[in-house]
Design a protein around this ligand. Structure first.
Ligand SMILES: Cc1cc2nc3c(=O)[nH]c(=O)nc-3n(C[C@H](O)[C@H](O)[C@H](O)COP(=O)(O)OP(=O)(O)OC[C@H]3O[C@@H](n4cnc5c(N)ncnc54)[C@H](O)[C@@H]3O)c2cc1C
Length: 418
């Protein structure tokens, strides 16, 4: 049985002042011990973690759920490319965690600094949180070291691949770019967060430039051999953008903000006025430090039914940090993994066999201010593994798919956080 001791409260609260400032202090006093003694800790309040935290509570309200998430507000990456074109504001993609608290989730705006699987505890500040089951959904981290000059460049070179301040800064730089200027967007090699995301961004930047700075140019340097998702649909959409130059097999290995230039692995240099460099990625740092990653030190292998780590029992990994399932690194998939892992965790805590549930994925991409394209993937569990059974693409782009995208977003944001 896991109980939060008074010592643990105090230790977890660190300086105390920090947690008082977050408004979480009352949660650390008095009623913090779970009634049943069973506790699930969730690391990361993004698409996977927020969903998992809510659904553990929905599946069994007697289980205490503690969600660790340093961010006070959730900002959605889906639709954030529309902030660059000015079609959406970042505020319209930003939500609070109040909905989760209403479901009885203890939301602590803290960073998990270590996982100790053998002791079944997570380090937070100077203290620890014990868990019966842990769900880890820390998203991705950037492999900055793979691009020379990137670490030193700081905010001079933006990724805007975690929606938030960088998204707004990149939008401002796009607005301030001189007419006739060059915007360079780089795409990392697979596997990375949101396979169609960079190409949707290409559409949004090209659409903006076409309308606001018709003599300006967008150069896309893609490390991959071709557009990696919705290929024919994106290529058809790009016919509307004569200001776009797409170069496949152009992996960027160096950036020099001093002379505003990137260099590809073949030594070609490209000058820019504004750069958006999306770096190569790996699982969130906490997953790497906790030895949840495979031999490649990048991504986490999991059981396809329970999402339990193949390396550490009682630790489940979901969302973009995972690898090995035939699914994209998408918010829709992270949301599905959140629900499935939550149900599996509750059944395991109650001594029951987990159900074999497969995720599903619907992914919309905006190709201008009104029109979208989409892909739907269906999966099943076969022999204990997730396998794809169908993939369907929209026949083309349309404003009707754009309307469907709006419906999808409203529904899934509410499913996660409402
Ligand atoms: C531009 C763009 C467009 C996209 N468009 C779409 C789309 O249209 N549809 C779609 O389905 N997907 C889309 N995605 C992908 C989607 O955003 C991701 O797949 C999704 O966010 C993955 O969820 P996650 O839970 O794995 O990670 P995240 O949502 O990134 O959540 C991870 C959370 O963990 C927290 N965290 C990390 N480390 C710690 C720690 N040590 N302690 C506590 N908390 C920690 C972080 O603060 C973060 O909040 C898009 C992504 C981008 C970048």
């Amino acid at each position: 049985m896991t109980r939060v001791t008074r010592r643990e409260f105090l230790a977890t609260s660190g300086t105390g002042l920090g947690l008082l400032a977050t408004g979480c202090a009352p949660a650390l006093k008095g009623d913090f011990a779970p009634k049943t003694g069973r506790r699930v800790v969730v690391i990361g309040g993004g698409w996977g973690g927020a969903t998992a935290a809510k659904y553990v509570r929905l599946a069994d309200p007697s289980v205490e759920v503690v969600l660790l998430e340093p961010g006070r507000r959730f900002v959605s990456c889906p639709f954030s490319n529309l902030v660059l074109s000015g079609v959406r504001t970042i505020d319209s993609l930003t939500f609070g965690y109040g909905g989760l608290r209403k479901h009885g989730v203890r939301v602590l705006h803290e960073t998990a600094t270590a996982i100790e699987p053998d002791a079944r505890r997570v380090r937070v500040g100077e203290g620890y949180l014990q868990y019966d089951r842990l769900i880890v959904s820390p998203g991705v981290e950037f492999q900055t070291e793979q691009v020379e000059g990137l670490a030193e460049a700081g905010d001079q070179v933006l990724h805007a691949w975690k929606a938030g301040p960088q998204t707004v800064m990149l939008a401002e730089r796009l607005r301030a770019m001189p007419e006739g200027g060059v915007f360079v967007l780089t795409v990392p090699p697979v596997a990375y967060r949101c396979p169609p995301g960079p190409y949707e961004r290409v559409c949004q930047v090209a659409w903006y430039l076409k309308n606001a700075k018709p003599r300006a140019k967008l150069i896309v340097l893609d490390a991959n051999q071709n557009v990696v998702s919705k290929t024919a649909l994106f290529r058809a959409a790009w016919q509307a953008y004569p200001n776009l130059e797409y170069r496949a097999s152009n992996k960027v290995v160096k950036v020099d903000p001093g002379v505003r230039q990137v260099t590809t692995e073949f030594g070609d240099t490209v000058k820019y006025d504004v750069v958006n460099l999306i770096p190569p990625q790996r699982a969130g740092t906490i997953a790497v430090q906790a030895d949840l990653v495979s031999a490649d030190k990048r991504w986490c292998e999991v059981n396809h039914v329970t999402y339990e780590s193949v390396k550490h029992p009682n630790v489940h990994v979901i969302g973009d940090s995972t690898i090995g399932l035939p699914v994209p690194k998408s918010g829709n998939i992270a949301n599905a993994m959140g629900k499935i892992s939550a149900l599996a965790v509750v059944r395991l805590l109650n001594g029951k066999e987990p159900q074999a549930l497969a995720p599903g994925n619907t992914c919309y991409s905006w190709v201008n201010d009104k029109e979208a394209i989409a892909v739907v993937n269906a999966y099943k569990i076969d022999g204990g593994k997730v396998v794809q059974i169908e993939q369907k693409l929209t026949p083309g782009q349309s404003a009707q798919w754009g309307q469907h995208a709006l419906g999808w977003a409203a529904s899934i944001w509410n499913d996660m956080l409402g």
